[in-house]
Design a binder for this molecule. Structure first.
Ligand SMILES: NC(=O)c1ccc[n+]([C@@H]2O[C@H](COP(=O)([O-])OP(=O)(O)OC[C@H]3O[C@@H](n4cnc5c(N)ncnc54)[C@H](O)[C@@H]3O)[C@@H](O)[C@H]2O)c1
Length: 274
């Protein structure tokens, strides 16, 4: 085996990806598959999970898609059993399920006092509980195997305040905090064999933010232009640009890396706006 393969090789690993039918997760799954990883896409929308898996299988990879709500412990356990029956182990868990809702944001002309509490609770639950519950179910599998890697999805909104976005920001800050807590917990109680890290994507066009950032003709909205002005690289990220970071965090090359939140943001988090 070459030195590069020893450090970064992922051939034969099994990755479970929540929110797997989404824009970023399906692209990441496709990238990992090219590195020889077997992919399990879990999504609340069965068709989205199956379509993402089919795309990989059509290109000669190994993948399945399962309908799974990340907020339903029983559904997660049923999917865990199916994954173990199909692939026998879980090397990598990517907690990509997440998103925002209009009622949990402060839209133009409104203030924080107009927030829809129900939507606020839904958004905080999806992003935070939706990370904790799969980490419990698949983390337990890893604890029995004595190996595994969990990678959470945080956000720029966890680092500094982003106008309008209340609930999502709080939940992603909680995801960053949980990443560091869970890294400590699993390293101390399971001999340092299970690592927990997060990525914090900058601004990528996904289903949850497309209408906020782009006009129907593809030009930037006013908010989209503000993001670009505050991103030193002057562009949105492309989903495939997350793959390398995920591969690094999942690989032997990162064997002493746990509890970090890695920004992948074209410099957004470094820039004061001046
Ligand atoms: N797009 C960005 O710029 C950006 C930036 C930072 C962080 N993120 C995070 O990256 C992740 C993926 O984002 P995306 O832009 O690809 O979003 P997306 O909307 O394309 O994908 C999210 C997926 O999650 C699924 N999902 C929603 N609720 C679920 C549930 N209860 N159980 C299981 N699946 C569920 C959806 O069906 C969807 O397929 C999210 O956690 C998001 O918060 C995105």
């Amino acid at each position: 085996m070459s030195y590069i393969d020893q450090l970064f090789g992922l051939e034969g690993k099994v990755a479970v990806i929540t929110g797997g039918g989404g824009v970023l997760a399906s692209e990441i799954g496709g990238g990992l598959s090219k590195a020889g990883v077997k992919i399990v896409f879990l999504d609340i929308h069965e068709e989205a999970a199956i379509t993402a898996a089919k795309r990989i299988v059509d290109q000669g990879g190994d993948a399945i898609g399962l309908k799974t709500n990340v907020l339903d412990l029983d559904a997660l356990k049923a999917s865990r059993d199916q994954v173990l029956e199909t692939f026998g182990k879980v090397d990598i868990l990517l907690n990509a399920a997440g998103g925002n809702m209009p009622g949990a944001t402060v839209s133009p002309g409104k203030t924080v006092f107009d927030l829809e509490v129900k939507d606020l609770e839904k958004v905080t639950s999806l992003n935070f509980n939706g990370t904790v519950l799969p980490s419990m179910v698949f983390g337990e599998v890893m604890s029995k195997q004595h190996f595994g890697n969990i990678i959470n999805f945080s956000s720029m909104a966890a680092f500094q305040s982003i106008t309008r976005v209340v609930g999502y920001s709080a939940a992603k800050a909680a995801v960053s905090n949980f990443t560091s807590w869970m890294a400590m917990e699993l390293a101390m109680k399971f001999d340092g064999n299970i690592r927990v890290n997060a990525i914090a994507p900058g601004f990528f066009i996904g289903n949850q933010n497309r209408d906020l950032l782009l006009n129907p003709d593809g030009t930037y909205t006013e908010r989209g232009q503000k993001v670009i002005n505050n991103t030193p690289m002057g562009r949105f990220g492309e989903a495939h640009e997350l793959v390398g970071a995920i591969m690094f965090l999942s690989s032997e090359a990162a064997s002493f890396v746990t509890g970090v939140v890695l920004p992948i943001d074209g410099g957004f988090s470094t820039f004061s706006g001046v």
